[in-house]
Design a protein around this ligand. Sequence first.
Ligand SMILES: Cc1ncc(C[n+]2csc(CCOP(=O)(O)OP(=O)(O)O)c2C)c(N)n1
Length: 326
Amino acid sequence: MPNVVAEHADRLVDQFREMVLVREFETRVSSLFEDNELPGFVHLYIGQEAIATGACWGLKDDDYITSTHRGHGHSIAKGLDPDRMMAELFGKETGYCGGKSGSMHIADVDQGMLGANGIVGAGPSLAVGAGLSIQQNDEDRVCLSFFGEGAMAEGVVHESMNLAGVQDLPVVFVCENNQYGEMTPAQDQHSVEGFEARGDVYDMPAETVDGMSVQSVHDAATRATERARNGGGPSLLICETYRYHGHYEGDPMVYRTEAEVEEWRERDPVDTLESSLLESGHVDGDDVAAIRAEASERIDEAVEFARASEYPDPESAFEGVYSEEL
Ligand SMILES: Cc1ncc(C[n+]2csc(CCOP(=O)(O)OP(=O)(O)O)c2C)c(N)n1
């Protein structure tokens, strides 16, 4: 994509920097988990980085996103602090939820991040609530809702898309088709191939894009977000992608072949962007090495911060369970 790279070189270099940071965060989490430093489960986003970065790039701080159980990439792309994310994964009090949520419920409402979510399909229903509040308060905001193709088979996702369509809500539904819902291939879980028809039935435009290309995701998300911001209602974006790691860390992955994983790795979103930027001459080998080293150092700092933080006081176990703003 040399011409596209030339036209958008500065943005693409910045997007590359963010994607490298997400990859570094996830790679480190994988080894920390293997070393038994992290309690609970982790679901990693490695392979899908172009989607979070491309989709969130044009969002304002006060726009909203909803996320999934695989939410670290979405959080970083929405501007959350890797220190507090890592501390949350370690179960420390300096984490986003005081160490009580772990990976699957990281949230920062002030930054518009309405939460990772252990309930498959829950994010789109929260997005509809956010969209309704934006509409009723006449605010200049949008909500982007990430979910997997497995969640696309959940009733609540259809109810959410229907309500968003009926009410013309400013919501962008971003379906990340990483080809498997846990151990089930997408084609065994859905009665029709492709997901664009789901947009037709809920009266919203639907577009399928290459989820391994940050440029493609960025372009489609920009169209959908502008439409939502200008009162045009919801859209559905389907991003074709792949997760390299297991459904969860420790998954033996007997349901797919190494050859299949390798085939997708050849289209790696971080490496292909790096090659395009190098080919176009917008960065050189030293620049790339510096970007990768910077990400590695940033995650070293996050791990140090998390390790040095305290565990929450057991006395605080029941704090934050119910809202005080009733
Ligand atoms: C309501 C609900 N049903 C089932 C599960 C168990 N579960 C956890 S992840 C998952 C698969 C989700 O697949 P997908 O939506 O494609 O997301 P991916 O893991 O591929 O990112 C399932 C069935 C759950 N957490 N919540």
